[in-house]
Design a protein around this ligand. Sequence first.
Ligand SMILES: NC(=O)c1ccc[n+]([C@@H]2O[C@H](COP(=O)([O-])OP(=O)(O)OC[C@H]3O[C@@H](n4cnc5c(N)ncnc54)[C@H](OP(=O)(O)O)[C@@H]3O)[C@@H](O)[C@H]2O)c1
Length: 306
Amino acid sequence: MTPNDMNGSVALITGGTGGIGLETARGLARRGASVILVGLDPARGLRAARDIRDSAGHDRVHAVSADVTRLDGLRRLAGEVGERHDRLDVLVNNVGVNLPDRELTADGVEKMFAAHVLTPFTLTHLLLPLLRRAPAARVVNLTGGIPGGPIDRTDLQGERRYLGWTFSHYNHTKTMTMAMTHRLAGRLRGTGVTANVVYPGHGHTPMNRSTPIRAFPIAYRPIAPLVLKVVAPLFLSDLTRSARSSVYAATSAELEGVSGAYVDDRCRRKPLPASALDPGNQEAVWELCVRLSAPVLRAAGEPPSA
Ligand SMILES: NC(=O)c1ccc[n+]([C@@H]2O[C@H](COP(=O)([O-])OP(=O)(O)OC[C@H]3O[C@@H](n4cnc5c(N)ncnc54)[C@H](OP(=O)(O)O)[C@@H]3O)[C@@H](O)[C@H]2O)c1
């Protein structure tokens, strides 16, 4: 797949109706891909689809409303996609959340672990039959914050430690996204499907606009208001920049056949941090994902092994 040559391809972007996901979807649609935008609010979805159709110059863009932090939402979403499409070339697991207080999803899973780790894991497995039907499908998972710190295998869902002086469970879960993606890439070897993780860089998005200061580690709080209220609106409003690394990972000829890699916000390949490459950490994260996703993946006939 080369840039500007996605005609005939199908791409799905979670969180594709707003923020960085919307610009990622626009970038892929402009290259000719049929695009599925996933968001929560149906009206925002319709508006985003219309907006992208206008700028892409074709009408193969539609929005689906689903809460991707819920397993039943993922199951319904995968079912709907399977009814409309017989293959999927690109899956961008873009949805992220940054919550000041620990919250659980309807499935009883800590919400940031769900959004950043369990959702990409589960949705990729639910959509594997469609991904395998594409000639060279690509899964793109998003990291963020300041990933690369330690992974606490005994506290993957932030029960004991959620926010601290320099630690945040947001960063913790984004490091786990890297660990899970690297393990996923290994598991997908030989299937023709690749999986990579990208860092988008900062963007002035709905998530950032609504994140309360107390969601950040204490050391970062003194400068957080300045960054969010002044720097971000002034310098980070061009979200095409923030979408660059996702579009690159989904389309670049340089990444043909590359899997398990980490791409930064300037589209440069960088080594994954040691904590994400640690086999014990990968195993702990993978096993938890296998266990938590079992109800939907077993029913779908796509159960991954531990
Ligand atoms: N923004 C940054 O500075 C930054 C920096 C580094 C990394 N990142 C990462 O980049 C990714 C995108 O960030 P962003 O700032 O663009 O996020 P965002 O502003 O929250 O993205 C908004 C989009 O996500 C959708 N969404 C939110 N929760 C959802 C859910 N539970 N189910 C389905 N859709 C949902 C929204 O749909 P509705 O409009 O319908 O609610 C909308 O389409 C995230 O993974 C984030 O962690 C962001």
